[in-house]
Design a protein around this ligand. Structure first.
Ligand code: ADP
Ligand code: MG
Length: 444
């Protein structure tokens, strides 16, 4: 295969694994310039993005490329000089995660940037929406309402939007506070009879970030004030971003008019991070601390701790214990700290592709020859597509290998099938039930 066709397949494969917006912005503009024994040289049209692509997508690109070339590649990213544009007005993420004075004045964590945010299937929608809002606040999704469990990155993503907006428009009035702080401030203002000052402060802002807004529920005076604040900001073209542990319809004791305001924008959930995402998050955290944690240890920690916030906590404990006790950071130390039962790797990595094919065949009462055969009736084609989807999206099997496993099918057929199922998953209850049933059988 020549380098161009190889890269085209790699790109097609990557496109299935990351959000459309991310793919279009960052990945689609890369080229494979050279491949030799030492390294694979990847060219970027937009040199400012090299840092970001390398930081965030190196492992993914490498994994896909290694899968096709069957070797352990070292990737090098280079600018393509002839195509450098003078009037580059590309994405917003060229900002170094630096100590921005005005950011820290409004209490944004300098490390909660888009650059430091890893994207995977559980959060790619939220990421795409957040980047869109950061780019054109007040016009795309208003309010942006992000919800999800503890530690899934709601605060991080919300603050990342804040950083970008402040960087782009330093004069913008931005307030970040938690629902609890907002509540306390109102109560205090009412107590001290200074509600006018409160109103002035909040209703004039351009960007309001309220973190854990569920805290306002059940507090009537607070909700009343928030309702008017919300309206004032929205009417003057400002952007509101909210996070919560639940979607608006599930927040108890939330006034109806607020609920309908919240639902009037874009509501997106962030799911719990899968194993790969937890690894990526931990890698970001280790890099920030200037620590090189070997990949097998990153995997060990990520396999055993579900919550990113806890992973970071345990990682810090590992660092501290190794310093205090003067022992190396190795799997023994980590296992000691984790205690009890240790999982080595997530179970789905151990399932063989053939098992997945057999499971799907038996789920739909089909013979293997029917699955691998060429009949195109829906009753054969759909199960086949489900197999493509499981092998590609859940088990990370390269496209070409999937084609081979199913009797020599072309990679474009596989891509089409994976897309079809991904789309059905968001619209069709039946497909969701099938996939869930099959995954339960397969991964337990
Ligand atoms: P939440 O507000 O949803 O409870 P946080 O935003 O506080 O969660 O995230 C908890 C920790 O995990 C933070 O240190 C955050 O930087 C990190 N984290 C969570 N998701 C990601 C991600 N996708 N990429 C990088 N770091 C993440
Ligand atoms: Mg939070």
């Amino acid at each position: 295969m020549d380098t161009q066709s190889l890269w085209q397949i790699v790109l097609a494969d990557l496109e299935l694994q990351i959000s459309k917006a991310v793919f279009k912005t960052f990945i689609s503009q890369t080229k494979l310039l050279e491949i030799n024994d030492q390294e694979v040289v990847i060219g970027c049209n937009q040199p400012m993005m090299i840092n970001l692509i390398e930081k965030r997508y190196y492992p993914l690109i490498k994994k896909v490329l290694d899968g096709y070339t069957k070797k352990d590649n070292r990737l090098v990213f280079k600018a393509i000089p002839s195509q450098m544009k003078k009037n580059f007005d590309g994405p917003l993420f060229q900002i170094k995660p630096s100590e921005n004075l005005s950011s820290s004045q409004i209490r944004l964590n300098p490390e909660y940037t888009f650059e430091n945010f890893a994207v995977s299937s559980s959060n790619q929608m939220a990421y795409a929406a957040a980047t869109a809002v950061a780019k054109t606040p007040g016009s795309s999704y208003n309010p942006l309402f992000l919800y999800g469990g503890v530690g899934v990155g709601k605060t991080h993503l919300m603050q990342a939007i804040g950083h970008v907006i402040i960087k782009n428009k330093p004069q913008a009035k931005l307030i970040y506070c938690t629902g609890e702080e907002f509540t306390n401030e109102i109560i205090e203002a009412i107590g001290n009879k200074i509600t006018v000052a409160f109103k002035k402060k909040y209703r004039r802002v351009n960007i309001l970030l309220i973190d854990d807004v569920q805290f306002l529920a059940g507090k009537n005076a607070v909700q009343e004030e928030f309702f008017h604040t919300f309206n004032a900001i929205q009417q003057s073209g400002g952007q509101i971003i909210l996070t919560s542990d639940k979607p608006p319809e599930e927040i108890n004791k939330l006034e109806e008019r607020l609920r309908s305001r919240f639902e009037g924008g874009l509501t997106i959930d962030i799911g719990p991070p899968d194993f790969e995402l937890r690894c990526a998050i931990l890698l970001i955290k280790t890099k920030q601390r200037g620590v090189e944690l070997p990949l097998d240890l990153v995997k060990l920690l990520s396999a055993n701790i579900e919550n990113p916030r806890k992973i970071e906590g345990v990682f810090i404990r590992v660092l501290t214990e190794s310093q205090i006790k003067g022992v190396p950071i190795d799997s023994e130390l980590i296992k000691n700290i984790l205690g009890k039962s240790i999982k080595e790797a997530p179970p789905k990595e151990r399932v063989k592709p053939e098992e997945a094919i057999n499971t799907v065949a038996s789920y739909f009462n089909l013979k293997l020859s029917q699955i691998k055969g060429n009949r195109r009736d829906r009753s054969y084609a759909r199960p086949r597509q489900i197999i493509y989807y499981l092998l590609r999206s859940e088990m990370n099997i390269p496209l070409v290998e999937i084609g081979n496993l199913l009797g020599g099918r072309d990679h474009t057929t596989i891509i089409h099938g994976v897309r079809k199922i991904a789309q059905l998953l968001s619209t069709d209850e039946g497909t969701r039930t099938d996939i869930m049933g099959i995954k339960n059988k397969l991964f337990g």
